[in-house]
Design a protein around this ligand. Structure first.
Ligand code: SF4
Ligand code: SF4
Length: 444
């Protein structure tokens, strides 16, 4: 079996957030594999933990993927402040002549795929393109750990997640995919404040969950962590603004200072994304009717939604990122494909406009938690798992089990439709199937 088949059979998708099926990614030609262990979001520590505890496995998987790609090098990228992780890596790297490490300063968003490619190789990915366009494949450290497990014959059924913020005992959890959020919070000692909101992911790019969404949330293939943050925190207040409020505020209060554009990491590597110009356009009224003919509005498609513009740069506390997300959704609704934007020069001030991670955490309102990355480790065994069948890019997987059926850990329970982009799903524990739909529920 080829590595591509092994990865496809194990159902591995990118653990860094987007959930792109890994077997499709490793089928792309590339001369450099970049292993992303920079984990730029404040408060998250999953990749750091994996690198510290499983450097040998991650390096073995990186070498296997590098050889499969025919790439001349694999580079493991982490931050220079990760001393224990660098030591763990340096103990293993001499076994692999074509693997090396690259350290970055602590800035946000160091882990953004396209920023990472530029930092390590000096190549700018074309606007709207993928790293493969400049000969690179980027894979997250957790994804490579899953590849190593697949090479040992194990399906992708477990996740390592960070539980941090306003909880009594922050920790790194090892859990079966589908574990309910409530079980994760219990393992972290519960909330330490009364009025909190749950964020799935990091404070900058994570998804702020409504109370209903939090009540039913479970760990998926792409969950990197859950944070509890006080509801008055700025990142929560931004997230709950409605579309009319967001657009009205852009129209009424944007002073066109251009700070959002000056600090935008995609603009800094030469992409023609200027959030201040988009804010001016969206304030002009009836933007949906103008979308098909306005390339400035369409350039919102280049936004990676890192949140620098709205949580760090904007002196008026406006929401350029949210505006871009609205436009991107509308582009999909109207079926508009943005034009091929031309790559511009890397901005000469880029080096001085990288934003320190600590200051990002302060502006997002989570500074009091950001000094602490959990080291406490808990392996959790829930009574019930609820496995979402669409936690990846592509079409949902189709169930191949029925209610009442007994399943065993690692058994395939859903497959992607033939010839469609997708991923297979496996039982993450032994048990009985009690529900089948968009999720499959298994009870022990
Ligand atoms: S969220 Fe803002 S800063 Fe980040 S890429 Fe998008 S426009 Fe640029
Ligand atoms: S930083 Fe804020 S006020 Fe300044 S141009 Fe951007 S959105 Fe407008």
């Amino acid at each position: 079996m080829t590595l591509t088949q092994t990865i496809a059979q194990a159902g591995i998708v990118g653990c860094g957030g987007a959930g792109f099926p890994t077997h499709v990614k490793v089928a792309t030609a590339a001369d450099t594999l970049l292993v992303n262990a920079a984990e730029c979001e404040p408060l998250l520590g999953t990749d750091r933990f994996l690198l510290r505890e499983h450097a040998a496995e991650i390096c073995a998987a990186a070498e296997a993927v590098r050889a499969h790609l025919g790439a001349s090098a694999a580079v493991i990228v982490l931050k220079e402040s990760y001393r224990a992780e660098i030591a763990a890596l340096d103990a293993v790297l001499p076994q692999y002549p074509q693997l090396r490490r690259h350290t970055l300063t602590s800035f946000y968003p160091a882990g953004d795929e396209q920023t990472l490619v530029y930092e390590v190789t000096g190549r700018s990915v074309p606007p709207g393109g993928l790293p493969g366009a400049v000969g690179c494949i980027v894979s997250n450290a957790a994804t490579l750990y899953a590849v190593w497990q697949a090479l040992q014959g194990r399906a992708f059924t477990q996740k390592y997640v960070t539980i941090n913020g306003a909880v009594r005992s922050p920790c790194i959890l090892k859990v079966p995919i589908g574990t309910p959020l409530a079980d994760c919070l219990e393992a972290a000692g519960g909330a330490s404040v009364r009025d909190y909101t749950v964020v799935s992911g990091g404070p900058m790019m994570g998804k702020v969950l409504s109370a209903d969404a939090a009540a039913s949330a479970c760990v998926t293939k792409t969950t990197s962590g859950f944070l509890l943050v006080p509801t008055q925190t700025r990142l929560v207040q931004n997230a709950v603004l409605s579309e009319p409020q967001t657009v009205r505020r852009a129209r009424a209060a944007c002073i066109q200072c251009t700070f959002c554009t000056q600090l935008c990491p995609r603009n800094l590597i030469g992409h023609p994304l200027a959030p201040h110009a988009i804010m001016r356009k969206i304030g002009g009224g009836n933007w949906r009717a103008r979308l098909a003919s306005d390339p400035t509005l369409q350039s919102a498609a280049l936004c990676c939604e890192c949140g620098i513009c709205e949580l760090y740069a904007c002196p008026m506390q406006l929401q350029p990122r949210k505006v871009n997300a609205l436009i991107k959704a509308e582009l999909r609704t109207q079926g508009i494909r943005p034009p091929a934007f031309a790559l511009e020069e890397v901005r000469p001030m880029r080096e001085y406009r990288r934003v320190p991670t600590g200051r990002v955490a302060a502006r997002a309102g989570v500074e009091i938690f950001s000094g602490y990355v959990p080291t406490r480790f808990v392996s959790l065994t829930p009574h019930r798992v609820c496995i979402a069948l669409n936690s990846h890019i592509g079409v949902s997987a189709q169930p191949i089990v029925a209610v009442g059926e007994r399943v065993a850990l690692g058994q395939c329970i859903a497959r992607p439709p033939a010839d469609k982009l997708g991923a297979a799903y496996h039982a993450s524990m032994d048990g009985t199937v009690t529900d089948v739909g968009e999720h499959i529920t298994i009870e022990r």
